[in-house]
Design a protein around this ligand. Structure first.
Ligand code: DX5
Ligand code: ZN
Length: 232
């Protein structure tokens, strides 16, 4: 099976910030498909992380697309600042956004890719009217706000359902998962229909190193997909 069947988006939330450029370069050399940047404001989620200056610094050291996961209130207010810094795509939450469709339109008007995110407690049905307009869907597999949490198994049927919905409307659209993705859970998410895996701890927190950790995530997921295909 083609390596591209499973894309990896290393989340720098788990990186060593004192060596951020180095760690991102390692991930790029090891075949990362994009870099996932978690932006938290201490209000939308109970944690504070990083802002546009980090994106601007990364833009100077990597050619990879920088995907910006906005876990903030009023995402519209910050879009232009992140675009200027070098963001290539945005992941915006359904939760708390009364004008999600407008946010997606704004992202597109800025010439960037737009993805919609749903939290574990949010049903997939809320996406139905949005799917036509988005470039990807992100199913949170933990509650947003922190790295190093456990994958929630209740999200597996949700991933499957999002994939099924997209097959009708937009086959080939990216379905991404974020939170608790490691060598054991990555194959479960891939088998359910996710083709983009965000991973922080399981890439930057592994003693085997970034490249070996990434290879293991991808290899385990592809093995699972091949097994699944053989059973059909
Ligand atoms: C959680 C963030 C994740 C986080 C994942 O709110 O959106 O991107 O970095 O971290 P791990 O892979 O450690 O669960
Ligand atoms: Zn994230």
């Amino acid at each position: 099976m083609d390596k591209a069947a499973v894309k990896l988006a290393p989340s720098i939330l788990a990186a060593d910030f004192a060596r951020l450029g180095e760690q991102v370069a390692e991930a790029e050399q090891a075949g990362a498909d994009r870099i996932h940047v978690d932006v938290m404001d201490g209000h939308f989620v109970p944690n504070i992380s990083m802002g546009a200056p980090i994106v601007a610094s990364l833009r100077r050291v990597t050619h990879l697309p920088l995907e910006t996961h906005l876990m903030i209130s009023d995402p519209d207010f910050f879009l232009e600042e992140f675009v200027e810094a070098g963001s290539d795509s945005f992941l915006v939450h359904w939760e708390g956004n009364a004008n999600l469709h407008r946010t997606v339109q704004r992202i597109k008007a800025l010439g960037k890719r737009a993805g919609v995110v749903i939290n574990p407690a949010t049903p997939t049905a809320v996406l139905e009217e949005m799917l036509q307009d988005v470039d990807q869907v992100l199913v949170m597999t933990v509650n947003p706000g922190f790295g190093h949490q456990h994958f929630l198994p209740t999200t597996r049927p949700k991933i499957r359902h999002v994939r099924q919905m997209l097959e009708q409307i937009k086959p080939g659209c990216d379905v991404e998962v974020d939170g608790g993705i490691d060598a054991e859970t990555a194959p479960l998410a891939a088998a359910a229909g996710a083709n983009v895996l965000v991973a922080g701890t399981a890439i930057f927190g592994e003693s085997v190193g970034v490249a070996a950790a990434m290879n293991r995530l991808r290899a385990n997921s592809i093995k699972q997909l091949e097994k699944q295909r053989a059973q059909v």
